[in-house]
Design a protein around this ligand. Structure first.
Ligand SMILES: C[S@@+](CC[C@H](N)C(=O)[O-])C[C@H]1O[C@@H](n2cnc3c(N)ncnc32)[C@H](O)[C@@H]1O
Length: 218
């Protein structure tokens, strides 16, 4: 049964006892998401029209930080996120992100969670959300994506999400100048990305992590 816990930057994450795994780094959930997916991913991506694919919607933190960042960037964002186990409202309503994020927009956070699944929902002028309630090992979202937030549970906890076949699907469903961001810099992950069309760059990680991966199709 998922439970809320607090990470070192004061922000919440979810702990899953069955897997003995957290949704985010215990060194700081907001800090990790900002570093990997927002600063090195979204805000570093040149295109003005971006199709994002997120693996694991979870707390909605990555989607929220992307939508907030986009208020200044005004890119045209289509954000697809696949999630097998949506969190209940009783949990998402208690997450403390709004009290910690500068420029927080609680109504926007609520809307990301209350939006219908399996359809496009316009969140604001420049941001369309498409949440898919499905199992990534059985279904791959339609479309061609520019930026992938690969945020599955760790390869040691959920190896089926990090199989070469999954990265082959990602290669098939990404544009020629696509970028994939992930927090795991394990040798096996690097090898699978390379053998499926990506060049692997190691970037410094957030606190508690030496490296993260930025994988490029070009
Ligand atoms: C590391 S958490 C990250 C969640 C999210 N990005 C966040 O910031 O809260 C991994 C997520 O993947 C989801 N997940 C696990 N197995 C999955 C599967 N087979 N298909 C799709 N999503 C899955 C989990 O429920 C969880 O929400």
């Amino acid at each position: 049964m998922a439970e809320i816990t607090i990470t070192e930057d004061g922000s919440h994450t979810i702990y899953v006892p069955e897997l003995d795994e957290h949704y985010h780094s215990v060194h700081g959930a907001i800090q990790e998401s900002m570093h990997i997916f927002i600063r090195n991913g979204f805000e570093n991506f040149e295109k003005d029209r971006i199709n994002i694919l997120e693996i694991g919607f979870g707390t909605g933190l990555n989607a929220y930080l992307t939508a907030l960042s986009n208020k200044a960037l005004c890119k045209n964002v289509h954000y697809t996120s696949i999630e097998k186990f949506p969190l209940p409202d009783g949990i998402t309503e208690r997450l403390n992100y709004n009290s910690l994020i500068p420029g927080a927009d609680p109504a926007l956070f609520r809307l990301l969670h209350s939006s219908s699944w399996n359809t496009d929902v316009r969140i604001d002028t420049n941001f369309v959300l498409h949440k898919i309630n499905a199992d990534l090992t059985e279904y791959f979202p339609e479309g061609i994506f520019d930026l992938v937030y690969f945020d599955a549970f760790g390869p040691d906890k959920q190896p089926e999400m990090w199989k070469s076949e999954i990265f082959a699907k990602i290669d098939e469903h990404t544009s020629g100048d696509a970028v994939l961001m992930t927090y795991s810099a394990k040798g096996d992950v690097k090898r699978k990305l390379r053998s499926n069309g990506f060049k692997v760059k190691l970037l410094p990680g957030p606190p508690g992590k030496r490296h993260i991966i930025k994988a490029l199709k070009y």
